[in-house]
Ligand binder design. Structure first.
Ligand SMILES: Cc1ncc(COP(=O)(O)O)c(C=O)c1O
Length: 398
């Protein structure tokens, strides 16, 4: 019997966000006071009406396996949401409820891409996309975005070949906060049609969008529905990260394949969470407006602070709850005890160990020279954290 481990796993990394999360927890256990701006989850509690729906589901004994694609009332609520918000009409067999948007993305990738297939990923990108493609058996092909993080359509088209199966986009975007314009998405749609490929559209931050910006789902373009795989979920909009609930919407055969993945791995998403999800989508939506409003106030503050730090470059944050800023002017300089800090990863280590603030290095998102902070924390915490970042960055020797 061979005791060698899987060759596929050898090329896979532990999600950098999870790895840093563990390091911060370890430092806290040692009694160090750390401010975490590294984690991508809203700091609000799940709204009461949604919690009550979960509790009721337990009381009503909805505590068993459900149908593989999710309970019918939830799929109906999702279909209604897609019709109302995105102007696209889906059938009941074109939607599957999954264990978070993350599993929805992975199942979608398994559904369309395998050995020998390529998936184009505009970078910077969400940490997990490339490894999910590898886990599915395919090869990620990274294509740089433009300096303002908009899509480089020419580069995407040039990267397409006979092995290309899809392009993955995220709008509003993690990590950059970019919201793609309708024009840009129409340009991408033209490429998808010409090259006969899918678009995987991760819309999980759809409702966290700031003044002057509008979410546009590429699936709503005429003729695009059947080549778009929309992924969305409850984690960010309803502050339900721990409930593990998301969904995927696509052509019937894509969904059938995605359900195979779910049926052979997790079986179904948690039954209790699914009932809570029905309430989230059909109940009052003022919690969504409230949370988005709070994120906007914090975004304004974070933008103001970062733009006041000489040497830091931060583009306008249009959505989601992250600031992704360029710190290249601070690299190659000497910082006390740390010698010359040459890259963003070392800068993160320095800020964490010396100034007790946890940030994410841009290289985790395939954009070296940047830092990402999440502003899913109170104003007081953000103020303290930005003070620490500012002090830390400025502390180099001349
Ligand atoms: C862009 C993006 N997609 C998907 C996910 C996964 O969300 P879920 O909690 O629904 O699995 C995240 C979580 O951080 C994310 O940032």
């Amino acid at each position: 019997m061979s005791t060698n481990l899987s060759a596929r796993m050898a090329n896979l990394r532990v999600s950098p966000t999870t790895a840093l999360f563990s390091k911060v927890e370890e430092m806290r256990r040692r009694g160090e006071e750390i401010i975490s701006l590294n984690v991508g989850e809203p700091d609000f509690p799940t709204p009461d009406n949604i919690k009550e729906a979960g509790i009721k589901a337990i009381r009503d004994d909805h505590t068993r396996y459900t149908t593989g694609n999710g309970i019918a009332p939830l799929r109906e609520a999702i279909i209604e949401k897609l019709r109302r918000d995105n102007g696209v009409t889906y059938g009941m067999d074109e939607v599957a409820v999954m264990v978070g948007a993350k599993q929805a993305l992975f199942a979608a990738l398994c559904a369309i891409a395998g050995e020998g297939d390529e998936v184009i990923i505009p970078v910077p990108c969400y940490v997990s996309y490339p490894d999910m493609v590898r886990l599915a058996g395919g090869s990620p092909v990274m294509v740089n975005r433009k300096d303002d993080f908009s899509l480089d359509l020419e580069a995407i088209e040039a990267a397409c070949n006979e092995h290309t199966k899809a392009v993955i986009i995220c709008t509003p975007d993690n990590p950059t906060g970019k919201v793609y314009s309708e024009d840009e998405l129409r340009g991408l749609a033209d490429i998808a049609v010409r090259k006969d490929i899918f678009i995987i559209s991760d819309e999980i931050y759809e409702k966290i969008i700031f003044e002057g910006n509008r979410h546009f789902s590429i699936s709503s373009i005429e003729g695009l529905k059947d080549r778009t795989i929309v992924v969305n979920g409850f984690s960010k909009t309803y502050s339900m990260t721990g409930w593990r609930l998301g969904y995927v919407c696509a052509r019937r055969d894509v969904i059938a394949n995605a359900i195979k993945v779910q049926s052979q791995t997790t079986t179904t998403p948690p039954s209790i969470s699914q009932y809570a999800g029905v309430e989230a989508l059909t109940g009052p939506q003022d919690c969504v407006t409230y949370m988005a409003g709070e994120f906007e106030k914090r975004k304004n503050y974070v933008e103001e602070r970062l733009s006041g730090m000489a040497g830091v470059v931060c583009h306008e944050i249009q959505g989601a709850f992250y600031a992704f800023f360029d710190i290249r002017s601070f690299l190659g300089k000497e910082y006390e005890d740390y010698g010359v800090i040459e890259d963003d990863t070392k800068m993160c280590t320095y800020l964490l160990e010396k100034h007790h603030v946890a940030t994410m290095p841009g290289s985790a998102y395939f954009a070296p020279g940047f830092l990402r902070i999440s502003f899913a924390s109170s104003m007081e915490v953000l103020k303290m954290a930005l003070d620490r970042i500012e002090t830390g960055l400025k502390a180099h020797k001349c």
